[in-house]
Design a protein around this ligand. Structure first.
Ligand SMILES: *Cc1c(COP(=O)(O)O)cnc(C)c1O
Length: 386
């Protein structure tokens, strides 16, 4: 209808990004090497993390982490069902049991009280999710885990640049970031595990490359023994330097990227006050700086399929929307196994049926955002949501 197709996300790739990747291609060393080390150092500096391990994806980082923890049959892992599927898939692949907890209806995040109700003697780990660029209320969750001796790993895939009580997410404890193509900082695919646990960092570093004591880069440049040995069976989850160089180049301009996202989000906040048929998320009550990874809204309709209809009509307006997320326990494999047991997840289910993500990316213009709001207004009228 109006203008070119506006996707819900488009990665920002600058000429500096391209030069950084080309330099790696010309360097004679294209897999894991100095750019990984530089990315890890820049990340630690930025976030205030003690250790950072760059890895093939956030999913790979989560796999290595859960493996290192020894999560397996008989163990329970508490996580929201309102998350990306990878976490729950891994829990199941390791033979453990996911225990789903409900989220707040309007921030879509878990709280310590709800988690505490789900803790049993079998709880091995808790994986809360920082949602859309807003931070979880970590202090009570951390206190609960410390008190009960339960491992805590934050899913910080949405949180590059997010501050909680003045400090960057990832600056303490253990948190996993994603550098996948739609994330605020991208390396096309990639992830970073941040931790203040030195032994964990060392273990993850080994496990991400076959469980060898040293990786190929170390062997060639640090003058270590030419044949590293398997210390324990590991994975092949290292990040190529072409990707690390892209991520590093992007990380340098994280503030500019997030400021551009914030400007669009603030425009939506204002404009959508006039459109009661779509309900934005609420901002958390605790002090924070939002990273604006997603701009999620919920369709204010109880009619089955209203959200999907809305997205189809937006598509006809040449505007793409995303869905983050469909509740995991409602997806085919998990539905039939009923991992949620008799626990009710009313807020998760309410949002799963109604949520969608509006276009939000750093190169979006003000007039793009205006176009989105005008299209929403037309669609809401056309399908009688108003
Ligand atoms: C993107 C995402 C992941 C997975 O990240 P990958 O790097 O693609 O493995 C995990 N959790 C959440 C909440 C995500 O949005």
């Amino acid at each position: 209808m109006s203008g070119e197709f506006l996707p819900f996300c488009r990665p920002q790739v600058t000429s500096e990004d391209i030069e950084a990747v080309v330099a790696v291609l010309n360097s004679g060393w294209i897999t894991t090497g100095s750019k990984n080390a530089a990315l890890e150092a820049a990340f630690c500096e930025r976030v205030g993390a003690r250790h950072a391990v760059a890895i093939a994806s956030a999913t790979a980082a989560m796999h290595v982490y859960l493996h290192a923890l020894g999560v397996g049959p008989g163990d329970e892992v508490i996580t929201p069902s309102f998350t990306w599927v990878s976490t729950v898939n891994l829990i199941c692949l390791l033979g453990a049991t996911p225990v789903f907890v409900d989220v707040d209806r309007h921030t879509l995040m878990v709280d310590a009280e709800t988690i505490a109700e789900a803790v049993t003697d079998r709880t091995r780990a808790i994986i809360p999710v920082h949602f859309a660029g807003a931070p979880l209320d970590m202090d009570p969750i951390r206190a609960l885990c410390d008190e009960r001796g339960i491992a805590l790993v934050e899913d910080a895939a949405h949180s590059m640049g997010t501050l909680y009580k003045g400090k960057p997410v990832g600056n303490c404890g253990t948190a996993i970031f994603s550098l996948q193509a739609i994330k605020n900082v991208t390396s096309a695919e990639g992830g970073i595990l941040a931790t203040d646990d030195e032994a964990l960092a060392r273990r993850v570093r080994g496990l991400k490359f076959h469980g060898l004591g040293v990786d190929a880069f170390d062997r060639q440049t640090q003058g270590r023994k030419p044949q590293a040995e398997v210390l324990e069976p590991g994975f092949k989850y290292n990040l190529p330097d072409m990707c690390a160089a892209l991520g590093l180049s992007q990380l340098h301009r994280l503030d500019r990227i997030n400021d551009a996202r914030r400007a669009i989000a603030e425009f939506y906040d204002q404009a959508l006050q006039q459109v009661p048929a779509v309900i934005p998320l609420h901002r958390p009550a605790w002090p924070h700086r939002h990273g604006w990874h997603l701009y999620a809204v919920r369709i204010a309709s109880d009619v089955a399929g209203a959200r999907d209809h809305f997205i189809e009509e937006m598509q006809r307006e040449n505007i793409g929307c995303g869905i983050h997320f469909r509740a995991v326990h409602e997806q085919s494999y998990y539905r039939t196994r009923r991992f949620s047991g008799d626990r009710h997840l009313p807020n998760t289910e309410w949002n799963s049926a109604r949520i969608l993500s509006l276009p939000l990316f750093p190169d979006m213009s003000g007039s793009d955002a205006q176009r989105v709001v005008e299209a929403i207004t037309r669609v809401v009228e056309r399908i009688r949501l108003a």
